[in-house]
Design a protein. Sequence first.
Length: 475
Amino acid sequence: MRITAHDRARRPGPPTRPSRPLRHTRRRLAALACLPVVAVVAACGTGPNPVTNAVSGSEAPVGAAAADLVPAQVAVPDGMATGPFDQPREALVPQGWTMSVFARVPNARLAAWTPDGNLLVSVPDEGRVLLLDPSGGQRPLLEGLTQPHGLAFSPDGATLYVAESDRVASWSYAGGAATGEQVVADGLPDANSPDLRGAYGHELKSVAAGPDGAVYVSIGSTGNISVEDLDATPPRASILRVPPGGGPAEPFAVGVRNGTGLAVAPDGAVWSAVNGRDNVPYPYDRPYGDATGSSFGEVIDEYVTAHPAESLAKLTPGRNLGWPYCNPEPDTDPGVQGSAQDFTDVPQVADAEMNPGGRELDCGALAPVEQTFPAHSAPLGLAFTSAALPAPFGGGALAGVHGSWNADPPRAPEVAFFPYADGRMGPQQTLVGGFQDPSGARWGRPVAAVTGPDGAVYVTDDDAGAVYRVAPPGR
């Protein structure tokens, strides 16, 4: 089924502009209209302290703890104690759980378990997919690839899918070997695409395999608010679907700014965790805080810190998540300074810069976002858990929350857990935290978390260059 890339009026959009670090000023967007496009990757996160799902918008919102979290020293095997583990490190984990360094993998990104109990880890910078055996030993499974990132297996475990920056390919997998390379989808946009001239902030791609044999691939936006992505072929800021048995990749969902988190639930539903826009302007025609006149269109640091929420959305054929015209609005009292926020079933509000007055897209007509992360969390890997984990973690999803620059204070990295039952995703909870101190300094940034066959959670960290094993009691 072919769908249109978006349902906006066919009229020229405003020029894009770069994301910029926060300054303690109010800024009118008109002054930015002539700036060149700069592709910037969002990076955000939530902290480990327990709170309810509704929090003050003036604070740094965090997920409720999945259990009572306690400090635990990260165990580091001999030979792995180079930075940041050249000094003791503590994480926050559920009572009785342990955390250790399972392997050192510089720039480790996404991960997937093989049917025979090995852990695959992608290393885009090196063009490799590594195979880590149960003892932590590692060797290349695939080399010479173009920024391999997403990894997924077919439901029967016989086929490995790898999302490179310019294509998706598959291999037959058996006995620790990948053979019989096949192209699943090619010609995907990346920084080498002639029309992009090297400017592509979100070129890494993720992949997921459905129970019917369909393959899904994320295509990120080139920049923060690059409206021209919607008219590209294939549309960027989208999720593409390759039908069972092969065929052209067609748009499945659009308006997905950077859906790095991409996974298929046990019930076959496709979910995406999305990095939202940076430096969002105030979208209401009223004063914000102590302003005396309308703050509409101003980029206000306090508002930017708490907006927009970042989507964890169930994707259906033709769904539009609204980018760059609409943003998830978590405020329970929209536009009011210090409003509490609710991250479940979040409505969308028109972007003041890209969609003033809803002239491009009726944001109110979009379905609410099922779950969201606090602003600038930068959710990356997304994976559903299995019954190998103890209750309540055996039924849900894990997300690597990378942490952000576009918030003050910065969002803290964590491993987040979302309960999942009867097709509904529950609110975010923190499973592992403690990667960031009160000053905002970090010693690690989780990318992905996947359930191992041994009943532990394995976490990749591209900042620390590590894979962690986070184990429940007795595992």
